[in-house]
Design a protein around this ligand. Structure first.
Ligand SMILES: NC(=O)c1ccc[n+]([C@@H]2O[C@H](COP(=O)([O-])OP(=O)(O)OC[C@H]3O[C@@H](n4cnc5c(N)ncnc54)[C@H](OP(=O)(O)O)[C@@H]3O)[C@@H](O)[C@H]2O)c1
Length: 247
């Protein structure tokens, strides 16, 4: 699953799944731009990797997103792969307890952010017959009792729908668009759910395969979907979840 000569942008590349994806992409020959909001965290991440370059941007700001895409193409001459990975998980509250502001903040990152990066990347991906991998979630595939993060679920379900729309629309340009849906993965995002040994045991057992995921589990699937090894796959909604979504 080599990516030699390919130029990739990975949003939310400073940590967690995005960072691990940057690592596996660079190991397999890609030149990678990682982007996220926190500048120090982003530079620290890129310093740990080879052929990985940081460009900070707040995904909620259209002009900053446009700059990341423009600077990438200016510096490396092309764009082949976009990984729409940046995301936030809000505090778990019931729907009637959240404000419209809280609702919109989640959608502005998890959904509108993916729209912004995709919109500015498409003209360059059309030139390279490039590929997009969206990072959705099992929470976009099914409901979980007690997991009241409705704006999050809505954003992730919307990304699944957009994967299908974009894959159909841009197939004529040979742009492939696919989506991964992770179960619970051990990252900063899930720390609040994994505070104790008991929490961890519960979460491990909740996944049919007997454990929660690592960022590497997801990164390997993203690499497959971004590489020519999946050359006839587009519009796929790919569960990477230890079997969670089968229940
Ligand atoms: N972990 C899981 O169990 C799990 C399960 C299913 C799906 N996912 C999805 O996988 C993706 C990655 O999750 P993760 O667990 O790796 O999360 P994470 O460790 O919390 O990392 C989130 C990344 O998104 C970036 N980000 C957040 N808000 C941003 C903004 N306004 N502008 C730019 N960048 C922003 C963060 O950058 P900063 O460092 O600048 O904040 C960080 O790089 C997310 O879309 C998440 O919903 C995760």
């Amino acid at each position: 699953m080599r990516l030699d000569g390919k130029v990739a942008i990975i949003t939310g590349g400073s940590r967690g799944i995005g960072f691990e994806t940057a690592k596996i992409f660079s190991k397999n020959g890609a030149t990678v731009v990682i982007t996220s909001k926190n500048v120090d965290q982003l530079e620290n991440a890129s310093n740990q990797l080879t052929d990985v370059f940081p460009i900070s941007a707040d995904i909620t700001k259209e002009e900053e997103v446009e700059k990341v895409v423009e600077k990438t193409v200016e510096k490396f001459g092309r764009l082949d792969i976009l990984v729409n990975n940046a995301g936030v998980l809000p505090k778990i509250k019931q729907l009637h307890e959240i404000s419209e502001l809280e609702w919109n903040e989640v959608l502005n990152v998890n959904l509108n952010g993916q729209f912004r990066f995709t919109k500015f990347s498409i003209p360059y991906l059309q030139k390279t017959s490039g590929t997009i991998v969206n990072v959705s979630s099992d929470a976009g595939l099914k409901a979980y009792e007690g997991f009241n993060a409705d704006a999050y679920s809505a954003s992730k379900a919307a990304l699944i729908a957009l994967t299908k729309c974009w894959s159909l629309e841009y197939a004529k340009n040979k742009i492939r668009v696919n989506c991964v849906c992770p179960g619970v993965v051990d990252t900063d995002m899930t720390k609040p759910f994994l505070k104790t040994g008991k929490d961890r045991e519960f979460m491990d057992n909740d996944h049919p395969i007997g454990r929660i995921g690592t960022p590497e589990d997801v990164a390997k699937s993203i690499l497959f979907l971004a590489s020519e090894d999946s050359s006839w796959t587009t519009g796929a909604i790919f569960a990477v979840d230890g079997g969670q979504s089968t229940k």
